[in-house]
Design a protein around this ligand. Structure first.
Ligand SMILES: Nc1ncnc2c1ncn2[C@@H]1O[C@H](COP(=O)(O)OP(=O)(O)O)[C@@H](O)[C@H]1O
Ligand SMILES: [Mg+2]
Length: 286
């Protein structure tokens, strides 16, 4: 099985997604193609409505693509894979309201057959990591939006998937908690060696977290540009964000997103190579 990891744990090949048919058809994804290596932290940014959530739903087997495939560890994804945990954007719908917070986090652990002792330990640790040690016995609806989102994150990290997929997971939490959660996910990635695919609309967050940032066009979406961050592996909210490289990376991502708002897969063609596209970007981004 390891052979398939050499060239990527996750491969997206010729992915296209059209919602509906005829005059009501909405083409959310034009063409996506990229590979993620095992252990990599990849961020995806793009304009609102670019098709980011659609892409993650296809990637995690929740939505059938119109064309193309997603291959996880050498196998085509056709249903939610056991090795993947997904933190959805609509967190309020992802928790069971009739179960306590602890029971919500424990549920996937039961499915993989962990003993009761191990399950309890993982739940306690995960709740502690997201700063909700006192909320295990509460019900999701008794918590604020930001707290519910942290429960969804705790459930994903307690599960310890090989691949963690997150869709704007920190959008509803306050700035301080957000910084803590960013560091939590980075640390978790190094401790457990998991692969992370993280969608955010926050440019600084994408640069801070990712080793690579994929910038998507407007819908129908494609990858407009890939930015390698090359920042020191040990990230620090104070030191990393103050680096001159950090500032130039965020400018690069920002400029590309400004440009991305005006282009999609079709208008970005027929300049498949970055040279021509960069010329266009310089004209648009000011
Ligand atoms: N279930 C759906 N049916 C029809 N169109 C949809 C559906 N979900 C999303 N869309 C459309 O697909 C495009 C991409 O949406 P989405 O994936 O949510 O983008 P993002 O997450 O980048 O904001 C938008 O034009 C949106 O209106
Ligand atoms: Mg979205």
């Amino acid at each position: 099985m390891n052979q398939t990891h050499d060239d990527g744990i996750l491969k997206v090949r010729g992915l296209r997604k059209v919602y509906g048919e005829g005059s009501k058809a909405v083409e959310a994804i034009g063409h996506l193609e990229f590979t993620i290596r095992a252990g990599e932290f990849v961020c995806i940014v793009g304009p609102s409505g670019a098709g980011k959530t659609t892409f993650l739903r296809c990637l995690s087997g929740l939505l059938k693509p119109t064309e193309g495939t997603v291959i996880l560890e050498g196998r085509e994804v056709t249903e939610p894979p056991a090795d993947m945990a997904v933190v959805l954007q609509e967190y309020s719908r992802s928790l069971y309201p009739w179960m306590t917070v602890a029971a919500n986090i424990e549920l996937p652990l039961k499915a993989v057959g962990l003993t009761k002792t191990k399950r309890k330990k993982r739940v306690t640790e995960a709740l502690h990591s997201v700063g909700l040690s006192d909320s295990g016995k509460s019900y999701p609806w008794q918590l604020s939006g930001g707290m519910q989102q942290r429960v969804a994150i705790a459930r994903a990290i307690a599960y310890r998937p090989r691949v963690l997929v997150m869709d704007e997971p920190f959008a509803a939490v306050d700035a301080q908690t957000r910084a803590d959660l960013e560091d939590l996910i980075r640390n978790l990635r190094s401790e457990l060696g998991i692969t992370v695919l993280f969608v955010t609309h926050d440019i600084d967050e994408s640069v801070y977290l990712g080793e690579r940032v994929l910038i998507l066009s407007s819908a129908p979406t494609c990858v407009l540009k890939e930015v390698k961050t090359n920042l020191p592996a040990e990230r620090s909210q104070l030191i990393t964000r103050a680096l001159p490289e950090f500032a130039s990376l965020r400018t690069e991502v920002y400029e590309t997103i400004q440009y991305a708002k005006g282009v999609n897969y079709y208008t970005a063609q027929p300049q498949p190579e970055n040279e021509n596209r960069d010329e266009g970007r310089d004209k648009v981004a000011t």
